[in-house]
Structures are given as C-alpha cells and as structure tokens.
Design a protein around this ligand. Structure first.
Ligand code: EPU
Length: 425
C-alpha cells in the first residue's frame, strides 16, 4: 500500500522560535456552532488540518458552506441547510463531527448521526450527549446505525453529566442556546475550548455563564446571529513543541501561547528540572541534561492533559530514575508504549498505569502512529533517538497537527515526509 511516512534522524537539538496555531479542539466546535444561525460566521486562526476538512465535508453534506478566505480564516454559512442527517461515512472519520447534533436539533428540531469515530484510545461513549438531549425534551430513537433526535422545541432544564465530557458539554451547550428557558449543566467540562466556544456563542447572541467552571448556565434565546471569532491558541501543539525542546536538550520560544492553559505541563516540567519561562503569550523551554523523574496523572482540565500524556511519557524515558504515569481519562491510551519499547524504552504497563525506567537510550527503528497524539510522541522519540526512525500511518498526525514536520524542521529537526510503501512494522 502506498502511503506517507516520516523519516526522522535523531540527535539534533531544537533551537529557535515558533508561532503556535489555533486550537483544533476549539475550531471544530466553532465550525459546528455556525449551524445555529442563517448568517455568516467568520472564524479566524483555524489550523489547516484534516479534521477541519472533515467538518467542512459534514457541513456541506447538510447544505451549509465552508470556504477558506485566506490564512486561517473560514467563512461558514448555514442558511440553506436541507438535511438533518450527517452521513455515517463522514461521522466515523472523527469524533468532533457528532457536534453537529446539538445545533441541528435546537435550530431545526431534528438531527441524526451514527456514533462518531475518532482515535482508538479507549471507550468513547456518547451517552451524556443523548441523555442531555433527552432531558432537554428530545425524543431519541435508533434507526440502523443512526441515532435520531427530534423535538418540536427544546426546554431548558437541569442536566447532571455522569462524566465531564468535553464535546458532550459543547454539544449540550449549543443545544441549550435556543431552548425555551434556562439550562444548567452540572459536572460540565471546564476545558479552555469549552470557554472559547461559549465566548463565540455569546457573541452570536447566546446567554451563557459559568463556562470554565463545572456548572454552566444557558438562558435560551429566540435566535442567534453571525459573528467573527478568533480561535484560542492550541495548547496541545504548544505542549508538544515544548516537550520536543526539552527532550532534545534544545531551547525553543513559542509565540501566541496561552500559558495559563499549560499550567499543569509547566509545573511538571519544572518539577523535572527543565527550565521554563512563561511571559505574556511567550513560552520558552530550555532542556539541559537528564531531567528528574516525576509522576503524572492525566485528568480532565485543569489536570494534566491526556492529550500530552504520550509525549510526556517519551520525555520521561530520558529521566534519571523511575517515573509513573497514571492515565485516568481513557482506558487504552498507553498503547503507544508497545511502539516506544521497540525503540529501547523501558516501560512496564499495568492497566492504566505505566512505570517508566529511565534513562533509556532510544534507537531508531520502524514504528506506527496509533492516533494523533501517540504519533506526535513517536516523532519526539525519533528526535531523541540515535539513528533513523520511520513512522508509519502519519495520516493520524495530519488530522490534528498543521505541518508538524515543517515546523520541526524550522527548529532544526531532521524529519522528512516520504511517500512510498509503508514499511512492514
Ligand atoms: N465519557 C463517558 N461518557 C460519555 C462521553 C465520555 O463516560 O458520554 C468518558 C469517555 O469514556 C472518556 C472520557 O469521558 O473516558 C473523556 O471523553 P470526553 O467525552 O471528555 O472526550 P471527547 O470530548 O470525545 C475531547 C477531545 C479529545 C480529548 C478529550 C479529553 C475533541 C474533538 N476531542 O474528546 O482530544 O482527549 O476531549 O480532553 O475535542 C485529541 O485532540 O487528540 C483528542 C483525542
């Protein structure tokens, strides 16, 4: 099979400056939110990644439009929506596309989609979305693979989420904007991307308060209008490059960073004795010798981000001693360890806990990206390894990172995208 893979030559220290792009996980719900109005919505600072393209295809299958106006700028319009059913072949491509359900249901009274796809990182149910839609007054049924939600009108209510699901909160928040009366979502996700979506919705005329805490209140309004909204910086891209600098003993300054969104990572890097300077929207990371071992628990925000857990695991393979990672968000997000062991990492996994014995010299070999974040983590491992690392299935990275190899190259990394037969891994 002809595909693309990365070839990484390890050993270079990363040096230089890099501008961080807009957040994938804020851009995707913002695109879905454009379905809430017939007016144009302009979204700025949108990363050029595959997942944005998939959302665009979902929107156009419904009769809405999405067009690039220039660098990072999207114009969205949902005046002529003619279908309320999202095609399964698109919905299975990522998780975020299920977020068209809330806007369609609340604006048109009907929405249908199959359970979404996305990374294989553990169980990813959508029950909190469906339970929330039902609490708002929707009738939920199942036809073949699709869930169908229908309601003449939604009514505000109190919703308790069993788990503070990130896109679950976003889907319900959007559904509640046009409901009659007030909705209170308890045990809501407080991730920064939820706050960014609430800010866009409020600019569209919604009345949302409490986003960023575990209780979000939405007073329903009659209708929403268009807006222009700038997406927040991608804390996960920033975290990935910060760790790339640390693991290569380099020095990198990242610009356009919302440093407060990275408090948990900055704390852990400092604990590991990596020099980190956060000043305004700039983050400088200076690696220097073997880091100290640290223990990390991946948790919902403001806990340590599960999306940076794999990259941090790679970093800890170089620590002077034993570190422990406990992944508490997803039940299968340590699968990357199998690939990392092929490169010489010494890691024992039991359930959702990994014990990392460092420092372990890494050596290049052939490995496979299993999902967006584990793929980026393997690229970091390749930068720290001796010799050549070949990473297959890099389409996973393209879903979530904008030109990752070009950005790494600009910092001095030797990484090339190669088209050819996938190496046998
Ligand atoms: N969960 C439930 N019930 C539900 C929904 C979720 O128990 O109905 C559980 C899941 O089983 C999982 C946990 O909640 O254990 C986290 O799932 P959540 O629903 O919060 O994740 P998500 O909203 O589907 C978003 C990001 C993920 C990120 C998580 C956690 C988007 C598009 N995706 O997913 O990002 O890991 O939140 O912050 O926003 C990535 O960018 O690589 C990525 C996977």
């Amino acid at each position: 099979m002809v595909s693309e893979f990365f070839v990484v030559e390890g050993g270079n220290r990363l040096h230089g400056e890099l501008r961080i792009c807009g957040a994938k996980n804020a851009a995707l719900p913002a695109i879905a939110a454009s379905l809430l109005t017939a007016d144009d919505c302009i979204i700025e600072n949108v990363p050029r990644i595959e997942d944005v393209g998939i959302m665009g295809e979902v929107l156009s299958s419904l009769g809405a439009t999405m067009e690039w106006l220039g660098e990072g700028r999207l114009r969205l319009n949902a005046r002529s929506v003619r279908s309320f059913t999202a095609p399964s072949e698109l919905i299975i491509k990522n998780r975020a596309s299920f977020m068209v359900m809330g806007p369609l249901l609340t604006r048109f009274g009907e929405a249908a989609a199959c359970p979404p796809g996305g990374d294989i990182i553990g169980q990813r149910p959508i029950d909190v979305h469906l339970v929330g839609f039902a609490a708002l007054g929707a009738d939920i049924s199942r036809q073949k693979e699709k869930y169908i939600a229908r309601a003449d009108h939604l009514c505000g209510c109190k919703i308790f989420m069993d788990y503070p699901s990130h896109i679950g909160t976003e889907n319900l928040m959007m559904a509640a904007t046009l409901a009659k009366g007030t909705t209170i979502i308890k045990n809501a996700s407080s991730e920064p991307e939820v706050v960014d979506l609430a800010s866009m919705l409020n600019k569209m005329g919604a009345r949302i308060s409490g986003a960023g805490t575990n209780t979000v209140t939405i007073e329903g309004v009659e209708e929403l209008h268009g807006t222009t909204h700038r997406i927040i910086p991608d804390r996960l891209e920033a975290g990935t490059f910060a760790l790339a600098a640390a693991i290569t003993d380099g020095e990198v300054t990242l610009h356009d960073v919302e440093c407060g969104h990275l408090d948990s990572l900055i704390w852990k890097l400092s604990e590991a004795k990596v020099e980190v300077e956060a000043e305004g929207d700039r983050l400088t990371v200076r690696g220097g010798g073997k880091p100290d071992p640290v223990n990390v628990q991946a948790l919902p925000y403001p806990g340590f981000a599960t999306d940076l857990q794999a990259a941090f695991g790679v970093f800890l393979t170089q620590a002077n001693g034993v570190s422990v990672i406990h992944e508490r968000v997803y039940d299968s997000r340590l699968l990357y360890v199998t690939e990392l062991r092929k490169m010489g990492a010494r890691i024992e996994v039991s359930g959702q806990t990994a014990v990392i014995i460092g420092p372990a010299p890494l050596h290049g070999t052939m490995v496979r990206a299993l999902d967006v974040r584990s793929g980026a983590a393997l690229a970091l491992a390749g930068l720290a390894a001796s010799g050549t690392t070949e990473i297959a299935d890099i389409y996973h990275l393209d879903r979530g990172y904008e030109d990752i190899e070009v950005k790494l190259q600009s910092l001095g990394a030797q990484i090339e995208r190669v088209r050819g037969s996938v190496p046998a891994v």
